[in-house]
Write a protein that binds this ligand. Structure first.
Ligand SMILES: [Zn+2]
Length: 245
């Protein structure tokens, strides 16, 4: 208990100080941090254009929309400049751009879950559910790939496409998670049953095992409650003075 309180303190205190520092120190740096964010976002959009050529026009439209906002920040000071930069960043990354940026990770997770749920299924009914969920995931993944390859001409179409793709992938992921949940409930139950059985076996064995007296070392039959050598109790009660001599 004391150890865990100390551990919490040693972990939390630096964290708290860092948070405070980030909060108070961060205010002054926001123009810089927003500028850095802008640079990294532009890079991100450029790499998305390379990865998803079908979305190139829609991504370009976003750059064209956000760049003047970014440039306008250059003639502003303080909070006004910060706000302008924030607005440039959110204009660039909103909707389909941010979603396009995360769709790869979502797909990867689903692909892994798909393999795992099939491998782990332990009985016929779960195997059947896993098979269906994995097949649906496969379909959602190849649909997504196809649609992402096709791309979209403008930001509005791209928003609709990404919303559909992510919705599809998330539905497939939820179906797999549901099957995995059933499986892990079963695993937990099987483990608990096994533990219960092991304990019952151990208790049963102990019930008929000879026991060794902890005071004199005499071996006693399981149904003797007192040591034949010194009179001590089976449960470890000390031998009384008379029996001890
Ligand atoms: Zn004894």
């Amino acid at each position: 208990m004391l150890a865990s309180v100390t551990a919490v303190r040693t972990v939390l205190l630096p964290f708290l100080l860092l948070t405070l520092f980030a909060f108070f120190g961060g205010c002054k740096q926001t123009v810089e941090s927003q500028t850095a964010a802008w640079k990294s976002n532009v890079k991100k959009v450029e790499s998305l254009q390379a990865k998803y050529p079908g979305f190139k026009p829609a991504l370009q439209a976003r750059i064209d929309e956000a760049t003047p906002i970014h440039e306008a920040a250059g003639s502003l000071d303080g909070d006004a400049a910060i706000d302008k930069l924030k607005s440039a960043n959110s204009t660039l990354m909103k909707g389909f751009v941010g979603e396009l940026d995360k769709v790869e990770a979502v797909s990867k997770k689903l692909r892994e879950a798909r393999v795992e749920v099939t491998a782990k299924a332990s009985d016929a009914s779960i195997r059947e559910g896993a098979k269906v969920a994995a097949a649906d995931a496969e379909k959602a993944l190849s649909r997504a790939e196809e649609v992402l390859k096709k791309g979209a001409k403008n930001p509005n179409d791209a928003d609709a496409v990404l919303k559909k793709v992510l919705g599809d992938l998330e539905t497939a992921q939820r179906a797999i998670d549901k099957v995995s949940g059933v499986q892990s409930d079963k695993d937990d139950k099987a483990k608990a049953d096994k533990d219960d059985k092991a304990k019952a076996d151990k208790d049963a064995k102990e019930a008929v095992a000879d026991w060794k007296c902890q005071y004199c070392g005499n071996m006693n039959k399981h149904d003797h409650t007192e040591c034949g050598g010194c009179g001590a109790g089976k449960s470890g009660k000390k031998p009384d003075a008379a029996a001890k001599k």
